[in-house]
Ligand binder design. Structure first.
Ligand code: ATP
Ligand code: MG
Length: 269
């Protein structure tokens, strides 16, 4: 006879496997899943995730964007989304804007200024629920905006979502790249792919080259530079749709990412 503790433990393992299987089934119609990640906060992950998503959509792909930054969900702000997703028969139907389907924790926040202070298991459950309940339908790409660092939510995503790979955002400065290296190590420790490095904030103020150097050091592809520009302050549209030069930068990042996906054997559209 198993002890009550053993029974409880077995139940927990069973539940976690069921959850994982459900998530895999749910995401079965998504061809390519990409995480946008960094070691440090504020380097431009959300900016890269949003602009990459709208760029892929503008190329005729069906695209979803999932914001799993539970503490600080910013995707809806950058996308300018005010409509909440529909909740039908226990399923979350994503909101849609700029040709991209979006699901974010921000939709479930009563007050956007409220800080969400959750501990590990709650974060894990919230993310699992998102993954289990969202009806993305068929997608060419799902872009996941991750919170920085090596904490609970990126770990949950990496362990529960069958990701095709990660785009790592870094800056021209060296210190940030130390953190980026740490997060690249974490991705690889979990046997996942680093699709490449994007350098953000490139230009006269912060310099350039840090991203390229990092890519070389960790033996990952360099996907491109994104220049520091004041146009990002215009919140009327995702910047890649607003400014031709920015649009070009993101097209070039998207192309380099697709090439990397192919090299890793993923289905790039
Ligand atoms: N290339 C750029 N030029 C000018 N401003 C930028 C650029 N990239 C990002 N920003 C601005 O920098 C701020 C931080 O960017 P963003 O929110 O994308 O970073 P993040 O890495 O997602 O941050 P967090 O770690 O808090 O999630 C935003 O106000 C954004 O508009
Ligand atoms: Mg962010």
């Amino acid at each position: 006879m198993p002890t009550p503790q053993e029974t409880a433990r077995l139940e927990q393992i069973k539940k976690s496997w069921q959850q994982k299987r459900q998530i895999t089934e749910r995401l079965g119609k998504i061809k390519t899943k990409i995480g946008v990640y960094s070691g440090k906060g504020g380097v431009g992950k959300t900016t890269v995730a949003v602009n990459l998503a709208v760029t892929l959509a503008s190329q005729g792909n069906s695209v979803g964007l999932l914001d799993v930054d539970i503490d600080c969900p910013n995707v809806t702000k950058v996308m300018g989304i005010t409509d909440k997703p529909d909740y039908v028969d226990g399923q979350i139907i994503p909101s849609e804007k700029w040709g991209v389907k979006v699901v974010s924790m921000a939709f479930f926040q009563e007050n956007p200024d409220e800080a969400i202070i959750w501990r590990g298991p709650m974060i894990h459950n919230a993310i699992s629920q998102f993954l289990q309940q969202t009806e993305w339908d068929e997608l060419d790409y799902l872009v996941v905006d991750l919170p920085p660092g090596t904490s609970d939510s990126p770990l949950t995503i990496m362990q529960n979502l069958p990701m095709d790979g990660f785009v790592v955002v870094s800056t021209p400065q060296d210190l940030a790249n130390l953190d980026a290296k740490r997060c690249i190590n974490m991705i690889r420790k979990l046997n996942l792919n680093v699709l490449g490095v994007v350098e953000n904030y490139t230009g006269e103020i912060f310099g350039e080259g840090g991203g390229k150097n990092l890519a070389k050091e960790v033996d990952a592809p360099f996907l491109g530079d994104i220049a520091l520009r004041s146009i990002y302050r215009d919140a009327s549209k995702p910047t890649a749709l607003l400014d031709k030069s920015v649009g070009k930068e993101f097209k070039s990042v998207a192309d380099a990412m697709k090439k990397s996906l192919k090299e890793f054997g993923s289905e790039a559209v």
